[in-house]
Ligand binder design. Sequence first.
Ligand code: ASP
Ligand code: MG
Length: 406
Amino acid sequence: MGLVVQKYGGTSVANVDLIKNVARRIIRTKEKGNQVVAVVSAMGDTTDELVQLTRQITPRPDPREMDLLLSTGEIISCTLLSMALKAAGHEAVSLSGAQAGIQTDAAHTDARIVAMNPGRIWRELQEGRIVVVAGFQGVTESMDVTTLGRGGSDTTAVALAAALCADLCERYTDVDGVYTADPRICPDARKLKDISFEEMMELAVQGAKIMHPRAVEMGALHHIPIIVASSFNDAPGTLIHDEVTMELRSKLRGISHDTDVAKITVVGVPDKPGIAAGIFEPLAQKRVSVDTIVQNTGVHKLTDLTFTVARKDLEKAMEVIKPVVKSIGARECVADSTLGKVSIVGTGMQTAPGYAAKMFRTLSDKGINIELITTSEIRITCIISEKQVAEAVQALHQAFHLERVA
Ligand code: ASP
Ligand code: MG
């Protein structure tokens, strides 16, 4: 008998029939002799609809009110699911994030979990109940409801799995696993049997929308194996875990892409100590998350500094940067919001030369211009025009033969 945390995404609970389907799946797991904690997202597009409502009232809703509002989406799905379980003859209880003991900092709309107090969950499990927790939310020390950032229910699930020392975290949506590339734009994409936390982290951060990067990071930190599978069928999913089998396999695991990249270049920056800090500190204070940063070597004591942000943050970033540009004596700052990125990821690349060259050649053969390049030990990312992202993914998938099982 084990303790399993199952997380069901918005598409898996989008209507009442689907909620009943999820209830049946949970009951099946329970009847195998497991204790089950289920975490749910809001039904379908509920969260987007709630955001839309606020836009009709004000362009800048108060973050505290926003969080209390958004948290209701998950309250709806978790209570309905608990009712479906009870209607099917099983003992269940729904808990909000606060009731589940998820304590966060006060960074409304993007809060971090600071403590887990799962006492209530333990008591309910001991009573033989299935516990259904509202994902994506927590509560501050002063009892204000917070949310964990869009897609944050994944983080709730993995945090609970860690706090409860669960044997497994199963994460269900309408996608049945992790693929070598997004199957919607790359028909040859192949489902992976397993992938390491490290590789999954790079894929997620670089835009693969499979799992919230913070959830993957937490899984890695606490060694919680995560299965990504579909709630619509019983196909085996992909296991994200510490180590991938040592057998011979492709050195590349997958390609991720993102069509949401904006670039800011500060031109004519004086090349002296403290300037980069002077630019990035104010951005951090405004919680603008900066992705790629490239600074050229200075010529004639001047340099250019380029960085990328998500498009939604471009306006805010420019507001922050403009006065800074003046104060540090840089010439100007220019923005481009029509970019995307494509990354190849695989731990095998560390020890094998030639991957970068092959990537660049493949893109150039397609007439794709590379704007910026960044790498980690197991990843190479090229920033390119948004319009060419799909073509780039397809070409790279083919060039590296990712359709073949290694
Ligand atoms: N409902 C929230 C969202 O749509 C959280 C989640 O789905 O994980 O972002
Ligand atoms: Mg959602």
